[in-house]
Ligand binder design. Structure first.
Ligand SMILES: [Zn+2]
Ligand SMILES: [Zn+2]
Length: 368
C-alpha cells in the first residue's frame, strides 16, 4: 500500500519544446506504486549543462521538463521505496541525476544502467508520468531513482549545491584517490572547479591551487580563496606551470583536476603540473572527437603519469556532498548567487552564462 498526500492533482512545469523555447504546462500528478515516490520541488540547481541544453548545443528529445539537480520534500512514497531509500513523507531529499534499473551489471558496478538508463531532466514528457525534471512543482521518482535525505537545517537553496559538490568529491577525491596531505591543482573556477577546491580541502589536501580567467572570473577566484584555495592563478596574467612549480619546490602537485570546457591547452598544462607519478583527472569536455594537439605521449610514459577520465557522480560522492552541506551550510551557501521563479527559468539560464552577472550557482524555485 502506498501512502499518499493529496497534492491537488496537478503540477505546473516548464517544458522545453525546442532549442531556446520554454513553455509552462500543467500535468496530472500520478498515483504511485510501492516502489515509487513523489517530491514537491523546492529548488533546482542549474549548471553549464542546462545552458547547453537550452540553446540546443546538447540535443534533447522534446518535449522535456529540464532540471537534473532537484531538491524537495517527499509528499508521497510507497512502502517498499521508503524501506529501500530510508526516507519518509516530509523528508527533504536531493536526487542523483542518473536513474537506472538498480539490478543490471551496469547499475551494480555503480556505472550507467545498461537496461533502462535515464537522467532526470532528459526524459521526454511523452513517457508517463511526464514529471521527469526539476523545473516543476512535482517530480516523479521511479524505482531506479536514488534520493539522499538531507537535514532540514540546510536551506533548499543551499542544498541545491549538492550536485556541483558531488562532482567535486567525485573528480577531486574519489577518482584520483586523493589522500590526506596531497597537493592539488584545479584548472577552472566554475561550479565544478570551486567544488573541487571545497572537496579537496575537506578531504585533507595540504595545498590547493586554482586557475581562472581574471577578466571574467574575478569573483570566482576571490571565492576560491575564501573556500580554501592557497594559490589563485589568473591565467591571463601568470604562467600556471611556473606558479605551481614555484609553490611546490619545483616538483608539481600530486593531483591535477581539469574542469575547463572546450579549450585543450589546459590538458597540456595539467600534464606539466603533475609531479612524477602524479594523477591527472580529465573532467572538462572538449567537444566530441576533439583531440589534444601536441599530446606528449613519451612524457606521460617516462614520468609515469596516471590519467583518469570522469563523467558521472557516484553514490559515495553524493553522500559526502550531503554530509558536508549538513556540516557547513553557511560556509558553502556563498557559492549560491541567484534564484529565480519557475516563470523566469529562461532568465535563470541566461544569467548563468552572462559574464557580467557575477553568477556562480543559481536555483530555479517553483514555490517562489
Ligand atoms: Zn548539472
Ligand atoms: Zn540497470
Amino acid at each position: 500500500m502506498a501512502r499518499e498526500h493529496v497534492l491537488g492533482g496537478t503540477a505546473e512545469a516548464v517544458v522545453q519544446t525546442g532549442p531556446g523555447v520554454f513553455t509552462r504546462m500543467v500535468f496530472d500528478v500520478p498515483h504511485i506504486g510501492d516502489d515509487e515516490a513523489l517530491v514537491a520541488v523546492e529548488a533546482c540547481g542549474i549548471c553549464g549543462t542546462d545552458a547547453e541544453t537550452f540553446t540546443g548545443g546538447i540535443p534533447l528529445q522534446y518535449p522535456v521538463i529540464p532540471g537534473h539537480e532537484p531538491v524537495g520534500r517527499i509528499t508521497a512514497i510507497g512502502d517498499r521505496a521508503a524501506a529501500r531509500w530510508r526516507v519518509q513523507v516530509g523528508d527533504r531529499v536531493v536526487l542523483q541525476s542518473d536513474i537506472g534499473c538498480g539490478r543490471c551489471v551496469g547499475c551494480l558496478r555503480g556505472d550507467l544502467c545498461v537496461v533502462d538508463p535515464g537522467t532526470l531532466g532528459f526524459i521526454p514528457t511523452t513517457r508517463a508520468p511526464s514529471l521527469w525534471g526539476g523545473y516543476s512543482e512535482v517530480l516523479y521518482l521511479p524505482p531506479g531513482a536514488m534520493p539522499h535525505r538531507i537535514a532540514d537545517h540546510v536551506p533548499a537553496r543551499t542544498a541545491a549545491l549538492y550536485n556541483a559538490l558531488g562532482a567535486g568529491f567525485a573528480w577531486a577525491v574519489e577518482a584520483p584517490g586523493l589522500r590526506y596531505g596531497d597537493s592539488v591543482a584545479v584548472l577552472g573556477s566554475g561550479q565544478r572547479g570551486l567544488a573541487s577546491v571545497v572537496a579537496a580541502r575537506a578531504a585533507g589536501a595540504s595545498f590547493i591551487a586554482v586557475t581562472g580567467l581574471g577578466s571574467r572570473d574575478a569573483h570566482k577566484l576571490a571565492l576560491a580563496a575564501d573556500l580554501g584555495a592557497d594559490l589563485v592563478i589568473d591565467v591571463e596574467q601568470d604562467d600556471v606551470v611556473e606558479r605551481v612549480r614555484g609553490a611546490t619546490d619545483g616538483e608539481g602537485v600530486d593531483v591535477v583536476v581539469d574542469t575547463t570546457p572546450h579549450a585543450t591547452t589546459p590538458v597540456l598544462d595539467a600534464l606539466r603540473l603533475a609531479r612524477q607519478g602524479g594523477t591527472v583527472v580529465l573532467g572538462g569536455l572538449k567537444g566530441r572527437g576533439n583531440g589534444v594537439p601536441g599530446f606528449p605521449v613519451d612524457d606521460v610514459a617516462m614520468r609515469r603519469l596516471r590519467i583518469v577520465g570522469v563523467r558521472a557522480v557516484d553514490y559515495r560522492s553524493f553522500r559526502n556532498a550531503v554530509r558536508l552541506l549538513e556540516r557547513a551550510p553557511t560556509f558553502l551557501e556563498r557559492m549560491h548567487t541567484h534564484h529565480f521563479s519557475l516563470d523566469a527559468a529562461a532568465e535563470a539560464v541566461r544569467t548563468l552564462t552572462d559574464p557580467s552577472a557575477g553568477a556562480i550557482a543559481i536555483t530555479i524555485e517553483p514555490g517562489n
